[in-house]
Write a protein that binds this ligand. Sequence first.
Ligand code: CA
Length: 744
Amino acid sequence: MITKLLSLTSLCVALVVSGCGGNSSPDTVEGETTSSSSGVQGGAEPAKSLAAVSDARLAAALDEPQQWMTYGGSYDETRHSPLSKINRDTLQDLGIGWVYDMKKPRGVEATPIVVDGVMYVTGSWSVVYALDARTGEELWVYDPEVSGEDAAKGCCDVVNRGVAVYEGKVFVGIFDGRLEALDAKTGEVVWSQVTVDQSKPYTITGAPRVFKDKVIIGNGGAELGVRGYVTAYDTASGDLVWRFYTVPNPNKKPDGAASDDILAKLANETWGDTGAWTTDGGGGTVWDAIVYDSVNDQVLLGVGNGSPWNASIRDPEGDGDNLFLSSIVAVDADTGSYRWHYQTTPRDMWDYTATQPILLADLPLGEAGAPRRVVMQAPKNGFFYVIDAKSGDLISADAFTDMTWATGVDENGRPIEVPEARSLSEDFAVLPGPTGAHNWHPMSYSPDTGLVYIPTNIWPFLYSRPDPNDPVKSNWNVGYREDAGWPLEIPAGGIEGMRGMGGGSLLAWDPVKGQARWAVPFPVPFNGGTLSVASGLVFQANKGGELVAYDAETGERVWSHGLVGGPGAAPMTYEVDGEQYLSILSGWGSTIAMVYGVVFEDAVGPETGRVITFKLGGQGELPKPLETGIARSPKSQPLGDEALQAKGLRLFAANCQWCHGAFAISSGVLPDLRWSAITSTEASWDAVLRDGALSANGMVSFGDRLDKEETDAIRAYVVKQAWDAVARGEADAPAGTGADVGAH
Ligand code: CA
C-alpha cells in the first residue's frame, strides 16, 4: 500500500514542474535586443526623491534597516533585519495595520521593496503596485498586460517574485519575457526590452537585481524546452551590456556572448552532439537566484535543471556532466566573464535545479575560526552547500533532508549516487522529488544565532522511463512517463493516503556544523519563506494560512496570526516615522496549489493576492475568506469504455494536470474540470479544447496537437473522475439521476 500511495503521490509531484497549457503562438517575433521605445519620459522630472537607491546605499543596506531595498533585503540576501521594535515583549500587540487587495487571483510570491516610505511590489500577471508603506494607499499601478496565451507558456502559474529599485526607477521582469524600467514616481514605462525569443516557451517570474548601473534578469522554461541565460542591461538606457549562457550553443559555436570562452573551454565537451538538447535548448535556466557579491564584485547565478530531465534522452551519446546545469556559477559583474562554478548535480536527471535562493555571509570557517566569506545554498537535491565565495571551493555539503538518490558527497565534491536512481532499470521513487527539498521560498540567515532558516519540503516522485512502444503525446519535455503509477481507479483510502504523505518543515540549520539545530514539522509542503530579525525571532507563514513567529534559538512558537489565503511568500519588515511594520503577500495559487489539488482541495478558495501588513497596535481586520460553494456534481453521464478512459488518463497526465490538478482534482486556483459545464456536451468541450474559446484566459487550444479522439478520451476520463467522486461520497449525483445511475 505504501508503494502504491507513494506512486500516487509521486505522480502528483511530477507535474509540479512542468508547463502549463499549450504552446504559445509561434509567430511572435524574436526581439532579443530590440528596444521598444514605449518610454513616457517626457515631462517627468528625474525622481530624485523617490526610489533614490544607489550602489552605496545598497552596499550599506543594513545601516538603514528601516528600508528593504532589494529582493533579499541586502546584497548578501540574508533576509535578516536589524530592526527590533517587534520583539517577544511587544508581539502581543502586533496586529493588522493595513491590507491592500490586488484584486487579481492566482499565486503571489513577491517580497515587497520599501524605500523611503514607498512600497513597490508585484502580484500575479507581473502587475506592479506602488503603495504608501504606512497606509497601503495606492500610489500607482502598472499592468504590463500579459496575454492569456502567453500565460500558457508557464510551468508554474503566472507568478512574479518582485521588482528591483534603483536611481529613481523600478525594474520588473514580465512573464512574457520583457524587462521594463518604470518611473518610480508615476509607474510610466521608461524603457522596455524583450529579453527572450518569444516564439519559445520562455517566461520570467524572478526578481531582477541591480548593481553598478546594470540590471540583470534570467528566465524560466526548462520544462518546456529552452536554453538558459542571464542578461545584464544598462539601467539608464536599457542597452544590453553582457549576456551569459549557462549551457552550450547546440552547434557548439560561439554566441558572441560573455560565456563564449568558458563554454568552449569547459562546457562543450560535457555534452554530446545529438539528442533532445540540440533542438530543445538543454535547459539550465536561471529563474530565481541571481545574487551580487559586492565584496568580490561578482554575480552568483543559480542554474536550473536539464531539458528534458531525462539525461539519456537529452544527451543520449554523451556521458558528460552537462555543464552548467544544476550549478552555481560566479561571473564578473562588469563583463559577465566566468570566475568559477560548482555543480551540485552533475548530468542532472531529476529536475534538481540549483536555482534556489543563494545567500552570502561570513562564517567562522577560516584558519583558527577566522571569518570566511561563503556562499550558502539549499537546492532541490537536498544537500546544504557552503562554498568559498572567492575561490568557489566547496567547504561542506551535508544532507538536510532524507534522500534516496544519493548517499553523500565524495572528496571531489561529487554526489555519491544510488545507481538505480539514474539507471531506472525499474521505476524508482526519488526523494527529494522535483519539487525539491527546498524550492523558491526564501531562506534567511541570522548572524546572531548563526543559523539558516529553511522552508523544506518532503515529496517523492516516481521516475519511470518512457515506453517507446507506447508513446503518448505530451506537452511536457521531461522524458519520463507522466502517468507512472496513476491508477484508473483511485483505491479506497488513496486520496487520504496521499494527503498524509507530503510534508515539510521550518528547519534551523547550523552551516558551520553542517547539521540541524531544530525543526518545526508541517503536514503539507510548500510553506512560506522566512525572515529573521535582530530581536531573536523568525517569521514564516504556512499553508495552514497563518503567520507565525518562532524563537530563533529554540524554534518555540511564540506568536501567530491568521491570514487570508494560502501564503508561500516571505515576510519582510521596514520602518517609517519610527514605526516598524511587517508585510507579507498572501493569495492562492502557484504551481503547488494548481497541481496538488489532491492535497489542498477545499483548503482555500481562489483568493485574490493581498499585501497584509502588521504593526504594533494594529487594529485592522482581515477580509472574510471566499465562500467557494461550488456545486460538485458530474455534468455528463459516463462516457466511453474503460480503454477510452485509460487513454484519457494518460493524455490528461501529459497535458492537463499541471494546471487543472493531478487526477483532475483542483484546489480551486483554476476550475475543477470534474464539475465544469464544459464537460456537459461534446460541442462545449470541443469549443474550449479544440477551438480555443477560452484562450484569452490562458486555456489555449489543444486542437493542433491532439486529435479529436484524444480530446474525447480526456473528456471521458474527467467525467469518470467526477462519477468516481460521487461513488466515494465526495460529490452529488446530478439532480434527477439518482445516486446509482451509471456511476461506473
Ligand atoms: Ca524545473
